[in-house]
Design a protein around this ligand. Structure first.
Ligand code: KG4
Ligand code: ZN
Length: 354
């Protein structure tokens, strides 16, 4: 059965709408608020929801216009129902309900975290069961992916997410927000020292993570040795990076910090692969904004090869928040006959999304 699914993502600071038909991306329209929130060094929830409300209508028009598709052709509307910022989610959910009611389509609420892990299906063949590591600015989750709907969480961060570990360290180093990409690029120039930063929360029996100590370790290091001199001005958007020896010091620090985050993620993923009941895992899936990290991608690929598993990771454009992953996840659910009524609720961070 041919199905056209409109996907709506407004869970955080990206307003993104996309169309997926028969498992393939037909079009996408996105507006990122990153520059707005960069001024404050993090997402300001009230401003995020106001921006979503301002942008969602025009972006929807643009999506259909650019794709050359009529809104009447939509069979299903999929919307990220959570977890996320409540005000931001409500904008998407209300818009999805209005579209559903106005055009007589079906409605399906999508778990944002599942959508991240499923996004790779737009580019590679999905297989189940898989072990999924979702690493973003807000989440660090290890999941057993049984199917597009059933994904029990095996472990999660108890405090900061992996992306936050990068962003907070980057702030201390004077790098632009969000800092993950900048740390990754500088790290590629530097030499990592394995002893500079700890591999936190590995000495226990759980598959949980704890990254908050890493930023403290960076802060202690900088207090003792001084800052290597990067200077980002959020108002102008300009960054002055140090030159010569100071730049080499900055690059080495980034490389050491990146290594600590990546080795911690790999250690727990490896532990999950070695734990009982994982023998039937067919693939290792990596997703979320931090999945763009070059060292993490390579290390996960190597880990998958060592265990004889397929490695699944979306290209960087599909790693960050996007409407395509919601449209694709919604399309998978709708294809199985799943849908929601107009009572669909937005579910904020901290509550489980069914
Ligand atoms: O998935 P995402 O776009 O948004 C959330 O749902 O949080 O992830 C954003 C996060 C930020 O913390 C950002 O610093 C991080 O992904 N990030 C990276 C890289 N690119 C983005 N972290 C490490 N290395 C990268 N190359
Ligand atoms: Zn996300």
């Amino acid at each position: 059965m041919s199905l056209l699914c409109l996907g709506i993502e407004t869970s955080c600071d990206d307003t993104s709408l996309a169309l997926v038909k028969d498992g393939r991306l037909v079009g996408q329209a996105t507006s990122s608020q990153v520059e707005l929130h960069a001024l404050f060094g993090g997402v300001v929830p009230e401003m995020a929801s106001r921006e979503h409300a301002r942008l969602i209508g025009p972006l929807c028009d643009k999506l259909f216009y650019d794709a050359g598709v009529s809104p009447d052709a939509v069979d299903v509307v999929a919307v990220a129902r959570g977890p996320g910022l409540l005000g931001s989610l409500l904008v998407g959910v209300a818009f999805a309900k209005a579209f559903t009611l106005g055009r007589g389509t079906r409605l399906v609420g999508v778990n944002h975290l599942h959508a991240h892990l499923l996004a790779v299906g737009l580019e590679q063949e999905l297989c189940f069961p898989a072990l999924g590591l979702l690493v973003s600015g807000g989440h660090t989750h290890l999941c057993r992916m049984e199917s597009p709907v059933v994904m029990p969480v095996l472990g999660r961060t108890l405090d900061d997410a992996a992306g936050e570990a990068f962003d907070k360290a980057g702030k201390m180093l004077g790098l632009p927000y969000p800092a993950g990409r900048h740390i990754d690029e500088l790290a590629n120039e530097g030499r990592a020292s394995a002893n500079l930063f700890p591999r936190p929360y590995l000495d226990n029996d759980t598959l949980d993570f704890s990254f908050s100590g890493l930023k403290t370790a960076m802060s202690v290091y900088l207090a003792a040795h001084g800052k290597p001199g990067a200077n980002w001005d959020p108002a102008s958007g300009e960054t002055i990076l140090p030159q010569g020896e100071a730049r080499a010091t900055l690059a080495d620090l980034c490389a050491s910090y990146r290594l600590a985050v990546v080795e911690t993620l790999i250690a727990k993923t490896r532990k999950a692969l070695e734990s009982g009941g994982m023998g039937d895992i067919a693939a290792l899936a990596l997703a979320g904004g931090v999945a763009s990290n070059s060292l993490l991608r390579q290390s996960m690929r190597d880990l998958a090869a060592r265990f004889g598993k397929r490695f699944l990771a979306p290209s960087p454009a599909l790693c960050t928040d996007n409407g395509a992953m919601i449209a694709y996840a919604g399309w998978l659910l709708a294809r199985q006959g799943l849908c929601h009524s107009l009572d669909l609720e937005a579910i904020p961070r901290g509550r489980t999304v069914p």
